[in-house]
Design a binder for this molecule. Structure first.
Ligand code: PLP
Length: 595
């Protein structure tokens, strides 16, 4: 969609906004408007079209202004007749003519018919006290009933929070006209805010203001939690952009986590698969996996928000350990909820958390696994909304968590870009392959390549005993749309909406849903999803042990197994995200292979 910034009059501000990727700039020539232009506009700098806005002005005045202000187009905002458009067209055949209509609940769209063929655009604005600039939206559903060969400009109170609704419109506008909601004071536009709006409208795969990736995401939380989620949403972007936050975060990633992790070229895998295979070594992070990138980010945020107590839920215990680790580092109280059955199955991780000073609370209801632990954590959060910060471990949960976690993990692809430039003299690979449980390591490995469709994104889900059996965690393959963990996404559920127990030999991929970003990447076919069965993953894991002397986590082995299923060209650059190391999985490897 094109962008028109309207109501511009200040020369410096005009210069700033001209630098942005906008297609039209509107200047108001109407005495009664607070944004009325009274001086000659500065020389145009930028490729946008300069539009003059008039309200029932006489023909001669419009003509004069078009000459004097070097206008590319004219927007007629009053009750102008078709005859005026005809007259203007014969005087300036190249002039862009825009006719405005004020929309009321019972607006008759047939009023536009006489102007068809004479206006290049129709502009629909809210009917208000003044002709334009009222800062209120009209009921956009009215547009559904309108069909025309003239494209339209949507106007009237458009604000940052509308990006989602605009993308969902059935009858899409060609141009968005923004004005009062992007001002820092009357007539002065906020450049950064407009830039952010353009970015959000352009990007196909990032979350919008409401935290939706396409139809997935959002914050489906109990009313009592809404203030928590809302305040986090409002504060986190600002906080993490602060230089002091970035400094602390980068320093800890470097000195404590051990970043940057290497991008390792595997000669022998490259020979085996007939492509240039690189491994991004997240297995070398402190605690043995990528999860720490995220918990470091969230604990710094919790500190800045003045929280005294951290809660988390964990299934296999890995996120619990990563959370307990950063709480020890910062000296904050840590409570980890874990299903009673999981506690028995993952005793070493329970011990680790305790050694790190955390309290592990068993969830004893339901199936006594991850989803019950999640319920307990949410209950705790409701009871302790002011002093407690809830650290979520993947790109799941209510907005803003999926977006926030993806941002903390994005350091993975940020490094890949730099490292590829050094090693391959190009900063994008042909393929990025990552396993997906909730999807955080994949989100981080994809992050800086998502909008660049020349990079093929490949996700490996856990097929378990087979995606067509009852023992699987292949969510996109088996899942349907529903709400899990406060977010609308794809999940495995029964016909009446009960979440089905997933299965995978890999504890970290044993999750019945997938983050909303991945549901969107799947639905739009931006990423290709493979389901990898237990057998295939373990074989690929053992292959890496023998070929490179690296014992990978079984989760990461799912990503490696994708290499078996693809055919590459010799010069293809393929990055496999090695999300974690396999020490934690020794027993599973031993039992499976009988070493
Ligand atoms: C937890 C974990 C995963 C799965 O989580 P994502 O959020 O999908 O990344 C993958 N690999 C390892 C090593 C893990 O510990």
């Amino acid at each position: 969609m094109k962008i028109k910034v309207c109501g511009m009059r200040n020369p410096d501000n005009i210069e700033d906004i001209s630098q942005l990727d906008i297609q039209f700039m509107g200047h108001i020539f109407y005495e009664k408007s607070v944004r009325n232009v009274t001086q000659k506009l500065p020389e145009k700098n930028g490729s946008h079209k300069r539009i003059g806005v008039f309200v029932n002005a006489p023909y001669e005045q419009i003509l004069e202004t078009v000459y004097f202000q070097s206008l590319d187009g004219v927007q007629l905002h009053g009750n102008e007749e078709v005859a005026l458009l005809k007259k203007l067209h014969s005087a300036f055949p190249n002039l862009i003519l825009i006719k405005t209509f004020s929309i009321t609940a019972n607006f008759n769209f047939e009023e536009t018919l006489p102007y068809e063929g004479f206006a290049e655009y129709f502009l629909f604005d809210t009917h208000g006290l003044h002709p334009g600039g009222n800062g209120i939206t009209f009921n956009w559903e009215l547009l559904d009933q309108w069909q025309s060969r003239t494209p339209y400009i949507l106007s009237g109170g458009i604000a940052m929070q509308h990006t989602h609704a605009i993308k969902q419109l059935k009858n899409k506008p060609d141009v968005l006209d923004i004005n009062s909601k992007f001002e820092s004071s009357a007539g002065i536009k906020n450049t950064a805010l407009i830039q952010q709006f353009i970015q959000e409208m352009k990007s196909k795969y990032s979350a919008d203001e409401a935290g939706f990736y396409g139809e997935f995401g959002g914050a489906f939380v109990p009313e009592m939690l809404y203030p928590n989620v809302q305040s986090l949403k409002e504060s986190y972007k600002k906080l993490i952009q602060e230089p002091s936050f970035q400094e602390d975060y980068k320093k800890l990633l470097q000195d404590y986590v051990g970043r940057p992790t290497p991008l390792y070229f595997s000669k022998r895998l490259s020979a085996q698969y007939g492509a240039k295979i690189y491994l991004k070594r997240e297995d070398l992070c402190h605690t043995g996996a990528h999860k720490i990138n995220n918990t470091i980010g969230q604990i710094l945020l919790a500190q800045r928000l003045g929280k005294k107590r951290i809660i988390a839920e964990t299934g296999a215990g890995q996120h619990g350990v990563a959370t307990a680790t950063v709480c020890a580092l910062m000296g904050l109280e840590c409570v980890v909820y874990m299903g009673e059955i999981d506690m028995a199955r993952q005793a070493p991780n329970v011990a680790r958390m305790k050694m790190l000073g955390a309290t592990v609370k068993p969830a004893t209801s339901g199936s006594k696994t991850l989803k019950d632990a999640t319920n307990e954590a949410i209950r705790d959060w409701i009871a302790n909304p002011t002093d407690t910060f809830y650290i979520i471990g993947s790109v799941v949960g209510p907005a803003p968590y999926p977006e926030m976690v993806a941002e903390f993990q994005s350091v993975i692809s940020e490094e890949i870009k730099k490292q590829l430039l050094e090693q391959e003299q190009r900063n994008t690979p042909d393929y990025v392959i990552a396993c997906v449980g909730g999807g955080s390591n994949a989100a981080g490995a994809f992050y800086h390549f998502i909008e660049d469709e020349s990079v093929q994104l490949i996700a490996a889900e856990a097929g378990g005993l087979g995606a067509d059996t009852a023992h699987t965690a292949a969510t996109t393959f088996r899942g349907t749309v529903g709400v899990i963990h406060g977010s609308k996404t794809l999940l495995m559920q029964t016909e009446d909406g009960q979440i089905t127990e997933p299965y995978s030999i890999s504890a970290g991929l044993d999750y019945p849903g997938v983050g909303p970003l991945h549901a969107h990447l799947f639905q739009t076919k931006r990423a290709k999803f493979f389901s990898i069965n237990d057998d295939e993953a373990l074989a690929a894991g053992l292959n890496l042990c023998k070929k490179d002397g690296i014992i990978p986590a079984i989760e990461s082995s799912h990503a490696l197994a994708v290499l078996e299923k693809m055919t590459f060209k010799k010069e293809d650059v393929v990055v496999v995200n090695l999300s974690g190391r396999g020490d934690k999985d020794l027993e599973t490897y031993i039992n499976y292979f009988g070493f």
